[in-house]
Design a protein around this ligand. Structure first.
Ligand SMILES: [Zn+2]
Length: 265
């Protein structure tokens, strides 16, 4: 099954990059614009195209309903195992180039050259984007916002670093993006955040929960390495509301069954 998944990941890599809210790159931005517009009519978060229907919308989305390692999950003590996890090596040293509202999320695209290293592999940061409320839960609790930093290695394997936001003071690092939020679906705005500004979105303490999961948007491809940073960063109520108003509705996929998986911490 792992090999099949891997094949799908590689085989549809270009497709994933253009189609998925979880994997688009700036390089494919023109295609993204076209496909995300077509795509919006196919899957969404409300009505007949909501997450409970994703698996039936297209044979390509079958994993959304058939998969056993789907994301997001609720992290509980019961499913968690203590392990000596190695630090993730963050080397975010390039700027962003644009921010796009693709109808499913707001996504910041990153210039080539920023990476994380984990499992003796290097995964390049492609983009990060947001969900409100959070998709993953910790101990059955949602956070008001969750950011996903999406990375891909040379084989097309995906690693996502997730950052939780809890309500509190205005997040100044986020404000650099929020004051440039593209309000309309399909709208793309040039945005050059420095690497320093990008790093400032992450908590200083980068300890994490690790689990195997999937993209949280169609095609819900599995075999994704998830690293959920334990320490949340702050966000103001107004900042959450601004994002929700931009999306017009929550953009979180509901919690999926953990099945045979364990969470390492
Ligand atoms: Zn996401």
């Amino acid at each position: 099954m792992k090999n099949i998944n891997k094949f799908i990941t590689i085989g549809t890599f270009a497709t994933l990059l253009t189609f998925s809210g979880c994997s688009a790159t700036a390089k494919h931005s023109d295609k993204l614009k076209t496909t995300s517009q077509e795509h919006t009519s196919h899957w969404g978060y409300t009505g007949h195209n909501d997450p409970s229907h994703w698996g039936n919308i297209s044979p390509k989305y079958r994993e959304c309903s058939q998969g056993k390692n789907q994301s997001p999950i609720n992290i509980t003590a019961q499913d968690s195992v203590h392990a000596n996890l190695k630090s993730i090596g963050f080397t975010y040293n390039t700027n962003s180039n644009s921010v796009i509202n693709n109808g499913h999320t707001v996504q910041v695209n990153i210039d080539q050259g920023s990476n994380i290293s984990i499992d003796n592999k290097s995964f390049e940061l492609k983009q990060f984007h947001f969900h409100t409320p959070s998709e993953n839960e910790i101990g059955g609790k949602h956070f008001p916002l969750e950011a996903h930093f999406v990375h891909v290695d040379k084989n097309g394997d995906i690693s996502v670093v997730a950052v939780m936001f809890k309500e509190g003071a205005t997040n100044q690092a986020l404000e650099n993006i929020w004051k440039n939020l593209p309000l309309k679906e399909g709208e793309k705005i040039a945005l050059s955040l420095s690497s320093q500004q990008i790093n400032a979105i992450l908590p200083a303490d980068k300890s994490y929960y690790r689990f195997s999961g999937s993209l949280t948007t169609p095609p819900c491809t599995e075999g994704v390495r998830w690293f959920l940073l334990k320490k949340p960063v702050s966000i103001s109520k107004e900042q959450v509301e601004k994002f929700l108003n931009t999306m017009n509705h929550p953009n979180n996929r509901p919690i999926q069954n953990i099945n045979a998986r364990e969470v390492l911490y």
